[in-house]
Design a protein around this ligand. Structure first.
Ligand code: EPU
Length: 418
């Protein structure tokens, strides 16, 4: 199993390019199941979750060619409308094939995801949405089966709580349903908008993506399309925080600065100087004194839960006490224990972490528990005195493209060892 060895203390200087968004590419790949034509996706990050999705789609019946970050998919027939436990247990986003499979093949059988390092994460809302669209849902042997032999019918769906992949799943089902579907309390994340843009290129009729009410007029058939995935706002945000925590001077290019509004506003309050030379670039200026600022995660456009762990690492280096509140997932503080092993002063009280700064972190052996928790440990290691060894970095490989290469290129002392 690979590990990262990081020697802290070097401020970062230089340019970090942003990769395509993992959480946008995953539903886009699944959307290719909706047509027998060729779908070409550009700027698909080469991370492990994407390879898992490609494996799943190949088993289902897609022919996939990967040339660098360009992925071409063609699915003449659905051979096996299934997502097996072996894949779902490694990647919950496998449930994104539910909607497209029911819509195209009239049937899907998907393993129920079990518990997860960050919370229970059920898919009940995906299922009740499909049921409202006319699918019959049954559950047996840990699998859920959705059948709509006569096709899906447009309807009104009001989500009980905002769900990102749930919105995407239902969107992909509704585009081929008969008549109009209205999704209320929909997720407004940029990844939902990106998926909607791809589906529109494929011939879908969708209005309102990016707002909490999405209207879809079903069509009989979708065609192939070519689409470039948006920039990964979480990756870009992680590097903005990496620059801030080391007091570095770093330019993050190829991002969508607008998608990072909640982070940059928070950082400005904390005293970090971030400027936006243009709409795809963020420049973190050196020499800021970081102040403690409370933060609560929210659905987009609020502060992303996927940046909470990294923000907590930053707050260990801020003057004063901050409260970091997690409202989306019930168990997303696994990194706090590891940060404490490095010398951070954090107290957990339910969904709140009380972080007292500024701590002198020191290198230690730590364990990565999930994707974003791992990223926060990398950030802490960058400022810790001495050497940090991060174990189980396969978590980080799920979602960060070449993180060690990108950080080393701006001066971080980081290497991967087997
Ligand atoms: N929820 C339900 N029922 C459902 C669906 C969700 O109760 O049917 C709950 C969840 O348990 C959670 C909340 O609703 O408490 C929000 O979950 P959501 O469905 O929005 O999360 P997701 O779609 O499973 C995506 C991202 C996550 C990101 C969350 C929140 C992808 C592939 N994953 O997950 O990304 O944290 O939205 O923004 O898009 C990551 O990249 O590290 C990651 C975990």
């Amino acid at each position: 199993m690979d590990k990262f060895v990081i020697e802290g203390g070097a401020p970062l200087h230089g340019v970090i390019p942003t990769s395509g968004s993992k959480n946008s590419a995953l539903p886009a790949l699944a959307a290719a199941l909706l047509t027998e034509d060729k779908v070409v996706l550009k700027r698909v990050p080469r991370v492990r979750d994407i390879r898992t999705m490609e494996r799943l789609l190949t088993d289902i019946g897609s022919y996939i060619t990967v040339e660098g970050e360009r992925v071409t998919l063609e699915t003449p027939v659905i051979v096996s409308p299934e997502a097996p436990y072996e894949l779902v247990k490694t990647m919950r986003a496998s449930s994104l094939v539910l909607g497209p499979l029911v819509a195209r093949a009239g049937r899907a059988r998907v393993s129920l995801p079990g518990g997860c390092a960050i919370g229970a994460r059920p898919i009940n809302q995906h299922l009740s949405g499909l049921e409202l669209l006319g699918a019959k849902i049954s559950q047996e042997h840990g699998y859920v089966e959705a059948v709509a032999a006569g096709g899906l019918k447009g309807t009104r769906i009001v989500f009980d709580r905002i769900t990102v992949t749930g919105t995407e799943d239902i969107l992909m089902a509704a585009v081929l349903a008969e008549g109009e579907t209205i999704i209320e309390n929909a997720a407004r994340e940029p990844e939902v908008v990106d998926l909607s843009n791809l589906l529109i290129k494929m011939g879908a009729k969708i209005e309102g993506a990016g707002t909490s009410v999405i209207r879809i007029e079903g069509v009989a058939k979708l065609r192939g399309a070519e689409h470039e995935i948006i920039a990964d706002r979480i990756e870009a945000g992680t590097y903005v925080i990496a620059a801030a925590i080391t007091g570095g001077d770093v330019t993050i290019t190829g991002c969508v600065a607008d998608h990072l509004g909640a982070l940059t506003v928070k950082l400005a309050k904390a005293g970090v100087r971030v400027v936006q030379p243009d709409e795809t670039t963020l420049h973190v200026l050196p020499g800021s004194v970081i102040h403690a600022v409370d933060m609560s995660t929210e659905e987009y456009p609020g502060f992303a839960t996927d940046l909470q762990a990294q923000y907590m690492a930053l707050m260990t280096q801020a003057d004063g006490i901050s409260i970091v509140k997690e409202t989306i997932f019930e168990n997303r503080f696994m990194h706090a224990q590891e940060l404490m092993r490095m010398g951070a002063n954090i107290r957990l009280e339910g969904r709140e972490a009380i972080v007292a700064g500024r701590s002198r972190l020191s290198g230690a052996g730590v364990i990565a528990s999930d994707l974003r928790a791992s990223a926060s440990l990398v950030l802490a290691a960058l400022v810790a005195k001495g050497e940090t060894v991060i174990d189980r970095v396969y978590h980080i490989d799920r979602g960060y493209e070449n993180i060690e290469g990108k950080l080393a290129a701006v001066g971080a002392n980081i290497r991967r060892v087997e």
